[in-house]
Design a protein around this ligand. Structure first.
Ligand code: DX5
Ligand code: ZN
Length: 220
């Protein structure tokens, strides 16, 4: 608490003027979250590594948090790693070679993260917890912005906090999907370190003001 990182999702930004959307945040955000969808692992398409490259070039100091919703991730990670993202997160459900993929991300100098869909239990990632810098808990079924928060996913935050303490690890706990002013206090209470927010931020007239407002609520 007191240190929630806010990661606006560019999926809800203006695709024709993403730089305007980023400017509208007024530097109030902590990270930029980039949702990569392949129309196969999830029923929607978004963008590829070229966007990450363009972001990295235009914003060398931004923390780029790249969420890969692609199957299998091993076919795509190299092209993303070439663009120097800060975090590269892959779904446990998307590959039988999770350990290899996470090792490779670390080996190439990015910070590996692992993602759990709402229907996937935390024990699916027990064997790789010591390898990751972040665990992302999906609080909607991935594929689209603007869906409603699934409250049953909150208990995974608590489980992850306990596991982190008992195993003396230090990964960040991130939550993604349906987060906004109405539930940010609750997700902080349950232990989230990072909150992704798409529609709740970019769906408002002044995204920067909205992030400030949400941060204030999170701190209360
Ligand atoms: C869903 C994406 C999310 C999404 C969040 O597949 O991973 O990052 O864009 O959008 P909101 O905050 O609108 O639920
Ligand atoms: Zn995401």
């Amino acid at each position: 608490p007191g240190s929630l990182r806010i990661a606006p999702s560019l999926l809800s930004a203006d695709p024709l003027s993403m730089s305007d959307s980023i400017a509208s945040l007024n530097g109030t955000h902590d990270w930029l979250h980039v949702d990569v969808m392949d129309g196969h692992f999830v029923p929607n398409l978004s963008y590829g590594s070229a966007l990450v490259g363009a972001l990295r070039k235009a914003y060398p100091d931004e923390v780029l948090d790249v969420h890969l919703m692609v199957e299998p991730p091993e076919s795509f990670i190299e092209s993303f790693l070439d663009k120097n993202p800060d975090f590269l997160t892959v779904h446990v459900e998307a590959t039988p070679h999770l350990h290899r993929v996470l090792s490779r991300i670390r080996e190439r100098g990015a910070r590996p993260g692992v993602v759990l869909n709402p229907g996937t239990p935390v024990d699916a990632i027990f064997p790789v917890l010591s390898m990751v810098d972040m665990v992302l808990v999906m609080s909607v079924n991935p594929g689209f912005g603007g869906q409603s928060f699934i409250p049953e996913t909150l208990s995974k935050l608590v489980d992850l906090c306990r596991l982190r303490a008992s195993r003396k690890l230090s990964f960040l706990i991130e939550i993604d999907g349906g987060v906004g002013a109405g539930n940010v206090a609750e997700i902080v209470r349950f232990g989230a370190d990072v909150a992704v927010m798409g529609s709740a931020v970019f769906g408002t007239d002044d995204p920067g003001k909205t992030v400030e407002k949400i941060r204030k609520i999170a701190l209360e």
